[in-house]
Design a protein around this ligand. Structure first.
Ligand code: BTN
Length: 249
């Protein structure tokens, strides 16, 4: 990718979804590396068709990536891992919190979810692109009336006991993402996988993953080269490439 991530950043007060806004801009010719942020999202999108609560105080951002050279051989499963590892590292570096990645791409602080990531792939003008939507609960309340946050949500503010600036975290995330994109573009996907392994709170635990083909339970052994989770179910190794993962213990 030629442009530094965030070379162009469009900041909105309120949008339905930063992912939807950035995808429309990409279809109008905005170049990869562009970023959209919003103070509030009225129709924030989560994984599996869920809603993502996005009141003021959170970091709601989307980044446009060109995926052609970084994700060769259809290794798109590395995209969420790359984004999760970038956010977790930025949270650790900026705030010294116990952040980890839960497969495939949630960022946890302790046992609670602080960030969700939604990658959307598309093709425009003959180029393969991804909008990476990153939602971090920073200073927003996660137990507010009128909002349906999950019981296991947390925020950086709640963990630290004080509000923190959004802009430094945004910059740190973009730097981490840019660094990992370069790693993948130069064929160093093993480095990303090792980095993800060392940030993971999933590996070595009993998990239950609900997949389109049903539930898979067992010990999360490792991740494969394409980002799939390898689960040992009573001695049988299952490879899971999509699903919702729950830590059982
Ligand atoms: C998840 O379900 O965990 C993924 C949540 C992704 C939320 C972010 S917030 C910024 C971007 N815009 C959206 O509509 N969704 C993503």
């Amino acid at each position: 990718m030629n442009n530094k991530l965030g070379f162009k950043t469009l900041r909105y007060e309120t949008v339905d979804s930063t992912n939807a806004v950035l995808k429309a801009l990409a279809e109008d010719g905005v170049e990869p590396g562009a970023v959209v942020t919003a103070k509030v999202q009225t129709g924030g999108k989560g994984r599996m068709g869920r809603r993502w609560e996005s009141p003021e105080g959170g970091l709601w951002m989307s980044v446009l990536l060109e995926t052609g050279s970084a994700f060769k051989d259809d290794k798109f499963g590395l995209l969420p891992l790359m984004a999760g590892a970038s956010v977790a590292t930025a949270v650790i570096m900026e705030h010294d919190l116990d952040a980890s990645v839960k497969w495939p791409n949630d960022v946890m602080i302790g046992d609670r979810k602080a960030c969700g990531i939604l990658g959307e792939l598309f093709r425009t003008d003959g180029r393969d692109m991804a909008v990476m939507g990153i939602g971090v609960n920073v200073n927003n309340k996660v137990r507010a009336a009128n909002y349906e946050f999950s019981k296991v949500s947390t925020s950086i503010c709640e963990e630290l006991g004080r509000p923190v600036p959004l802009d430094t975290l945004e910059t740190a995330i973009l730097e981490e993402l840019g660094f990992r994109m370069e790693q993948l573009e130069s064929g160093e996907s093993q480095k990303l996988l090792d980095d993800w392994r060392s940030l993971s709170s999933t590996l070595g635990r009993q998990v239950s993953v609900s997949t389109p083909a049903g539930e898979v339970r067992g010990l999360a052994k490792d991740i494969d080269d394409d980002g799939s989770l390898l689960i040992d179910t009573k001695g049988l190794l299952n490879k899971v490439s999509v699903g919702d993962c729950r830590h059982l213990e």
